[in-house]
Ligand binder design. Structure first.
Ligand SMILES: Nc1ncnc2c1ncn2[C@@H]1O[C@H](COP(=O)(O)OP(=O)(O)OP(=O)(O)O)[C@@H](O)[C@H]1O
Ligand SMILES: [Mg+2]
Length: 248
């Protein structure tokens, strides 16, 4: 069986800055993989490369054995990749329902679906993330937490196999953050997803992830179980700091 995702030698330059440097890793089907590293390490850039928002300068990306390195974002979405953004990117002038309908219609094999069927389906995704009562509210009038949930609903509505989460907790208060994390885990179980999850809050990564990949300056510095990675000297030096446990 091919791996869910296989990344080899992925490299991205922004002018003189080497943001992602010869990065190689694998994600197995059904895993939740935490992706950590200091600010500016290149985490979001990696997700942008994997989803096709940015094009890699070097390296290859395979999804279930098929090369998608040069595929467009929509082709990758049709292959089963979806993401949420670190800073939500709603369509401000669309209602929550219309936003999710758009995602339903753009998901894989949905080109011939009727608008009415898409609306029924979209409503179910809004119910799933707890936004049913907000379905007719314009995205620009939603709270930050609601926008995060709308991002999740939109991602789920494309029926992904592999979901990239770029920080679900940032900007949320502790109660909202806990609900958001629970929602991701519920989505994973309910839809049978594989998850690649960027998060700075180590307690969440420790709880949710079966494996953790750490990068620094765009390079892999650790890949192992959460326990292995948090006890890795290079990760402690580059990211966690020696006394991090007392703050986690
Ligand atoms: N579009 C861009 N153009 C130029 N430089 C960029 C661009 N996107 C990111 N960078 C730079 O690439 C490096 C990696 O950025 P990236 O956003 O991937 O980091 P990150 O690990 O996601 O950080 P954070 O934890 O703060 O979100 C940084 O130095 C950043 O300034
Ligand atoms: Mg980032």
């Amino acid at each position: 069986m091919p791996e869910m995702l296989e990344v080899n030698g992925l490299t991205k330059r922004f002018g003189g800055l080497l943001a992602v440097n010869q990065l190689s890793f694998t994600i197995h089907e059904g895993e939740t993989v935490g992706f950590i590293g200091p600010n500016g390490a290149g985490k979001s850039t990696v997700v942008n490369l994997l989803t096709g928002y940015l094009k890699a300068d070097e390296g290859t990306i395979q999804l279930e054995g098929r090369y998608i390195t040069r595929s467009s974002p929509w082709e990758r979405a049709h292959c089963g990749l979806a993401r949420t953004y670190q800073i939500p990117r709603p369509f401000p002038e669309l209602t929550a329902l219309m936003s999710v309908i758009t995602a339903v219609l753009c998901g894989k094999e949905r080109i011939h679906q009727s608008f009415e069927d898409a609306a029924v389906e979209a409503t179910q995704y809004l119910e799933f993330v707890g936004l049913f009562s907000k379905r007719n509210i314009l995205a620009r009038d939603l709270t930050f937490y609601e926008l995060r949930m709308l991002e999740l609903a939109r991602a789920l509505a494309t029926t992904p196999k592999l979901l990239f989460i770029d920080e679900v907790m940032a900007g949320l208060n502790p109660g909202e953050a806990k609900r958001a994390v629970e929602m991701v885990m519920r989505a994973k179980n309910h839809f049978g997803l594989t998850i690649f999850w960027i998060e700075h809050v180590m307690a969440i990564i420790m709880d949710a992830a079966e494996r953790v990949i750490a990068i620094n300056y765009g390079q892999l510095i650790a890949d192992g179980t959460p326990d292995e990675v948090i006890n890795n000297d290079v990760v402690i030096e580059a990211y966690l700091g020696k006394g991090w446990r007392q703050y986690a």
